[in-house]
Design a protein around this ligand. Structure first.
Ligand code: TEU
Length: 523
């Protein structure tokens, strides 16, 4: 081991695994996952070979947006357990040498949060200013043209107090006012509460949304909008997101985290590279450790496109900024649904060999593909409000299939969302026995990533490759690996020699050739 390998913090060397708590494991027979269920399934996480777990929100919530509407930042939703169950889970996670990140939702609370109840009770309530209230516009309508991410005006009229409040998402998710010092202090206290309890960090929801431009000017019209995309995209969110003042808040969160030592902040930020990179802050005033990078989700699965995406992203990073990559989440379509199982294997190799911290999404390690959601079972509020656009998020939130027993071992009753149609064969137990399964590929890749310092902490250089093929080198000290990925379903002539360490395909790899759908790591 060299110095920089031992020096690299865990969140650089390691891999993050996202658990969607409603859909991981039900332990009490209500068809919804819970904390005790997660604890019971930690073997799976540990044997997979990841380093940290990020839990989507587990806080008390009316579940209008499935937990992203928080009614108490320092409690646990009864459907998931209680603080004692949380402490048990955290201890069990730590006992396995894993880390635990929670999901912090600072942009908005639930309309059922006592703070909002107070805020809406009267214009003179001390908490009025903890949310964003405005008088009607000159025409008596909403104060400006801002559109909610889930469609419709971002302003909701409150007849009792005669003002509008702002909600970037559902009307049940009023935006908090981070310009108010008392609100700011209360939110930082909530982070402190969980750090004190021992959590290793946070994924921070829609961090680039948390401050709005003074004066609330109208957002400009997006010239590229067309009816096939969401209503949100009619406007460019110039004044409603990514304000300079938000960086000071991110820096304050970072200072708080750094006060606890080895903790990490992952910021959910959708922005072009130049603006995205600013969320690292500066060496003197750092902001988040990892501004989530969703470019593998947003771009076409095409070698030339990805080569440019990787190069541009790497070039945009500040010298001290550590990269990261994601290709699945509880919001995004499943990778195997997007590109098919054969290419999903190549994608797994890409994600786990790129330079930077990878985040895996539960179920992608099984290659779960499209899950049809019958119309009467749609639960996603975004989909329900804007039907027909194919933006439904339920299809990525279906329960983990554990085995071939009733309800796939997830629950003893019908789960809140349907299972993947092939759950009887595509489940953890079945893939555990099958050396050719996606699960084994993930385990092999994660094992290799741990064993090979070029993969975890090495440099990366993109190399020339024929059309449809992506080739890069990773190097650390004297060790050098090459990764060759055939993003097509045809054989490709690629000049390589050396020792294959891992292929996405069975059977011997052939020097000078990449088989159709083959990804290869060569020493
Ligand atoms: O998502 C933020 C976000 O940008 C989403 O609107 C995303 O664009 C969309 O889901 C893609 O289909 C975060 C959470 O991850 C999401 O689950 C929440 O609904 C949202 O914030 C509000 O908290």
């Amino acid at each position: 081991m060299t110095n920089d390998e031992t020096d690299a913090p865990w969140w650089q060397r390691g891999t993050i695994y996202q658990i969607y708590p409603r859909s991981f494991q039900d332990s009490d027979g209500d068809g919804i996952g819970d904390l005790a269920g997660i604890e019971a399934r930690l073997d799976h996480v540990a044997t997979l070979g990841v380093d940290a777990i990020w839990l989507s929100p587990i806080f008390p919530s009316p579940m209008a947006d499935f937990g992203y509407d928080v009614a108490d930042y320092v409690g646990i939703a009864p459907m998931f357990g209680d603080l004692a169950a949380f402490d048990r889970l955290l201890a069990a996670v730590h006992a396995r040498g894993l880390k635990l990140l929670l999901d912090f939702v600072p942009n908005h609370s639930s309309d059922q949060h006592p703070w909002f109840q107070a805020s809406r009770s009267s214009r003179s309530d001390p908490r009025r200013d903890w949310y964003i209230w405005r008088d009607p516009g000159p025409d008596g309508g909403p104060p400006n043209n801002w559109i909610s991410d889930f469609g419709g005006s971002a302003w909701e009229w409150d007849a009792a107090t005669g003002q509008y409040y702002l909600h970037a998402f559902l009307k049940e998710q009023p935006d908090l006012n981070w310009r108010n010092p008392a609100l700011r202090a209360a939110m930082l206290d909530a982070m402190r509460f969980w750090f004190d309890r021992g959590v290793d960090g946070f994924r921070i929801d829609v961090l680039w949304h948390i401050v709005k431009a003074e004066g609330f000017p109208d957002n400009p019209v997006n010239p590229d909008w067309h009816p096939g995309i969401t209503e949100r995209d009619r406007l460019l969110q110039r004044h409603s997101t990514d304000q300079p003042e938000a960086h000071a808040i991110a820096a304050e969160m970072r200072a708080l985290a750094d006060g606890y030592g080895d903790r990490v902040l992952v910021g959910e930020i959708f922005l072009p590279n130049d603006r995205h990179a600013r969320w690292y802050g500066t060496p003197d005033t750092p902001e988040v450790h990892l501004p989530f990078n969703f470019q593998l989700v947003e771009n076409a699965w095409d070698a030339a496109v990805l080569r440019r995406v990787i190069a541009d992203y790497e070039a945009s990073l500040p010298a001290f900024g550590w990269p990261n990559w994601v290709f699945g989440s509880h919001d995004a379509p499943r990778i195997a649904a997007r590109i098919g199982e054969a290419q999903a294997r190549v994608a797994a190799m890409l994600l786990l060999t790129l330079r930077g911290t990878p985040t895996l999404y539960q179920g992608d390690e099984l290659g779960i593909g499209e899950v049809p959601i019958p119309p009467d079972r749609v639960r996603d509020p975004q989909d329900l409000r804007q039907p027909g656009l194919g933006i439904g998020r339920d299809r990525s939130r279906t329960p983990m299939p554990w085995d071939a027993s009733p309800f796939a071992g997830f629950s003893t009753t019908e789960p809140w969302l349907p299972l993947n149609p092939d759950w009887r064969t595509r489940n953890v137990a079945a893939q555990d026995r099958d050396p050719t399964a996606m699960l084994q590929l993930y385990r092999d890749l994660l094992r290799l990533r741990r064993a090979q310092s070029p993969l975890s902490v090495g440099t990366m250089s993109l190399l020339d490759a024929p059309d449809g093929v992506l080739v890069y080198a990773r190097a650390h000290g004297d060790a050098r690996l090459r990764i060759l990925l055939n993003l097509t379903a045809q054989d490709a002539i690629v000049d390589w020699h050396g020792t294959p360490l891992l292929s996405t395909l069975e059977g011997p790899s052939v020097p000078g050739l990449l088989r159709a759908n083959e990804g290869l790591i060569i020493a």
